[in-house]
Design a protein around this ligand. Structure first.
Ligand SMILES: Nc1ncnc2c1ncn2[C@@H]1O[C@H](COP(=O)(O)OP(=O)(O)OP(=O)(O)O)[C@@H](O)[C@H]1O
Ligand SMILES: [Mg+2]
Length: 278
């Protein structure tokens, strides 16, 4: 799917009155089947960009076209159909805790199914081999029949990514796919996403905090800062100076550090109450 943004701005409906726009006059073109990494410090507008591209929120100004069509001028039913061809993977995938992994992964196919088939697949997973293959690509085949709430955070994140391999989508919008993964799993996950997108001819837009991974794997890097385009370059042309400017005053993010990391040992005294959501 081809993406065109022209002077696009975006403002969250819940933003404080007078708050700066989350995206400001962004212009970019991404070709069908092209993989792109979006980097930038926290609050730069990376997630907002994905939400705009996913047609979850309209640009407040400027224009957007997907395959040459402005989604917001489509009738409601056509907009819904278009959304069915977009796959948005949020940083924390919204997986029902008591669901089996196999069902959660096959849910990636729901946009291509009718209502009855969708309901049936929630109770009787239909294409277990496909779910197995998708999970196996993320080294999770052994979790096929596990319950989602018995997975680690990184495993859940990979289940969310495995859904992409089954989604009937032409655009993958992947938000921070590596935030809960160790370095080895990160390399594996990003390689799987890139090769999966290439094989399917899918456009891949991934936001990443791991600048080194972005530069090593993606041919094109978009740098965002304060909602605006800082640069849009082939990875080989992203210099240390550009990165230093992009992350100016956010150097800890560039180095992958946690700012003001709490001490390892818990202080003496009452222990925090841990709440579990079920
Ligand atoms: N739901 C929301 N309501 C109001 N403002 C929001 C909302 N989500 C994000 N914002 C604001 O929009 C701006 C961009 O946020 P966004 O989440 O796109 O940044 P980001 O680059 O994804 O950051 P991070 O790296 O921390 O995920 C920020 O100033 C943020 O406070
Ligand atoms: Mg974000």
């Amino acid at each position: 799917m081809k993406i065109q943004l022209l002077g696009a701005s975006a403002r969250h409906p819940a933003a404080r009155p007078g708050a700066a726009a989350a995206l400001k006059g962004l212009s970019l073109q991404i070709a069908a089947g092209e993989p792109v990494a979006v980097i930038g410090p926290s609050g730069a507008g990376k997630t907002t960009l994905l939400q705009v591209l996913a047609c979850a929120m309209p640009p407040a100004a400027g224009s957007m076209a997907l395959d040459g069509i402005n989604p917001w001028q489509l009738p409601r039913s056509a907009l819904q159909r278009l959304r069915g061809g977009l796959f948005l993977a949020p940083q924390v995938p919204p997986l029902p805790p008591r669901q089996r992994v196999v069902t959660a992964v096959l849910a990636g196919r729901l946009p291509a199914m009718g209502l009855l088939a969708s309901l049936r697949s929630l109770f009787y997973p239909t294409d277990i081999p496909a779910a197995y293959d998708a999970l196996d690509s993320f080294d999770l085949a052994d979790k096929l029949f596990e319950r989602v709430d018995r997975l680690s955070g990184g495993e859940r994140q990979r289940v969310g990514l495995a859904r992409a391999l089954l989604a009937p989508a032409r655009l993958w919008l992947i938000d921070e796919p590596l935030s809960a993964l160790d370095p080895t799993r990160s390399q594996q996950a990003i390689s799987t996403l890139l090769s999966g997108a290439r094989q399917r001819g899918v456009t891949l837009v991934a936001t990443l905090h791991q600048v080194d991974v972005a530069l090593a794997h993606f041919p094109r890097i978009i740098g965002l800062r304060d909602g605006a385009l800082a640069f849009d370059l082939p990875a080989a042309k992203v210099t240390r100076e550009l990165l230093a400017r992009l992350y100016d005053q956010f150097e800890h993010e560039l180095r992958g550090e946690v700012p003001n990391a709490p001490p390892q040992a818990l202080p003496a005294g009452p222990q925090p109450v841990v709440m579990h959501c079920r």
